[in-house]
Design a protein around this ligand. Structure first.
Ligand code: FES
Ligand code: FES
Length: 391
């Protein structure tokens, strides 16, 4: 198999080594660089044991190809010895018995570091929510939560590891130019209980579910803005560009019913839901407010998506997206912002490529399973197996 020479900085030291395209960062660090502090549990992006920092952001190294880390700055659990905040966290974990076997601890510490620097006012409930993507089989979590609370309560030192500006990635026709995530305050939006028209109206008015995560992207499409808008304002056309998605019935004015299937071998998760779509043709913008549920796992996704399209002087169109979402139920363990970012980037790259193709009059075939969600599908297979004891 062909290999690529990967050059990156690991714990402040420039390193380089050949890597096959499928080699993930965790193996690259452990086996090629002998940095075995990064632990590998599920290798599916679910357990969080392999969490470390790339360019200052927590990522799951078991689902991150090493070749995707070209010229990045990687920091593993071995690279924090001089970091005052991490020292405080380590001491607090020890004091509060936040570890037993220690298998989850490198990933827990990385996530704890991220929580402390990002959410200085987090309470125990919020810490638990943020930790939901890191699994521990020993501690019962109480000591881990107490350790993080302890550090937050005692003026934590400023973090030495901060997120670097995003690098531009260019998957196919979609250039991912900028994005960030944060959490909406409860003052910004009202809670939503069910997906009646009134509920969707309230959700649209509020601009998103209470406590929802905000995800922003700015995408470039290789097609004229007018042509792209014609696709965006044609609901069946847009839905046909989303892998695995389909409309159920004919849209009733602004109200849509639809579903999205995630196939996982013999297993399937089907999110069914309704949405309210408001378009402003003069501004080339719109807002979608929707709610969907998978009956099998009783997981629920609620959110709004704002979009605005603009002509780009150099050619093509720019689509600005802002999504506020909340995932509840068993599948919420896949809802950690960093993981959702990775999945959203892959999915958006595929969808925007399809939309640009359609805007240029080319045929689009995206009825296939969610190839961009292969990652989730694998995790779903495992989760469903456990939930339903099918394997
Ligand atoms: Fe990476 Fe489990 S080993 S998330
Ligand atoms: Fe053993 Fe967390 S301390 S898995």
């Amino acid at each position: 198999m062909t290999t690529t020479h990967v050059s990156l900085t690991v714990n402040g030291r420039p390193v380089g080594a050949a890597a096959e395209p499928r080699r993930h960062l965790a193996d690259f660090l452990r086996e090629d660089l002998l940095l075995t502090g990064t632990h590998i549990g599920c290798e599916q992006g679910v357990c969080g044991a392999c969490t470390l920092f790339v360019d200052g952001r927590p990522i799951r190294s078991c689902i991150t190809p090493a070749v995707a880390c070209q010229n990045t700055e990687v920091r593993t659990v071995e690279g924090f010895d001089d970091d005052a905040l991490m020292q405080r966290l380590r001491a607090a974990f020890t004091r509060h018995h936040g570890l037993q076997c220690g298998f989850c601890t490198p990933g827990m510490l990385a996530t704890a570091y991220d929580i402390v620097r990002r959410l200085p006012d987090a309470d125990a409930a919020r810490i638990r929510r943020e930790l939901s993507g890191n699994l521990c089989r020993c501690t019962g979590y109480a000591g881990i939560v107490a350790a993080i609370e302890d550090v937050l309560a005692n003026e934590p030192p400023a973090p030495a590891v901060v997120p670097l500006p995003r690098r531009t990635r260019q998957p196919d026709n979609a250039a991912l130019q900028q994005h960030r995530y944060t959490v909406a305050s409860d003052r910004e939006a009202a809670p939503v209980q069910a997906s009646s028209r009134d509920t969707l109206e309230a959700l649209a008015q509020a601009g998103g579910p209470a406590g929802g995560v905000i995800l922003k992207r700015s995408l470039h499409l290789d097609a004229p803005a007018e042509s792209v808008w014609r696709v965006l304002s044609d609901v069946p056309a847009v839905v046909s560009c989303i892998p695995g998605a389909s409309l159920e019935g004919t849209p009733q004015g602004e109200l849509l019913q639809g579903r999205c299937i995630v196939a996982a071998g013999p297993m399937r998760a089907t999110f069914r839901g309704s949405a309210l779509l408001r378009l402003d043709p003069r501004q080339h913008s719109g807002r979608l407010a929707g709610q969907g549920r998978d009956r099998l796992t009783r997981s629920e996704l609620t959110g709004t998506l704002d979009f605005r399209l603009a002509e780009v002087a150099q050619g093509g169109a720019q689509l600005d997206l802002s999504m506020v979402y909340r995932l509840k139920g068993p599948l919420a363990q896949f809802g950690r912002p960093a993981l959702v970012e990775e999945i959203a980037d892959q999915l958006l790259a595929e969808v925007t490529t399809n939309i640009a193709q359609k805007a240029k009059g080319a045929a689009v075939t995206s009825g296939a399973p969610l190839s961009a969600l292969d990652l989730v599908a694998k995790a779903l297979t495992r989760l469903f197996s456990r939930l339903l004891r099918l394997r």
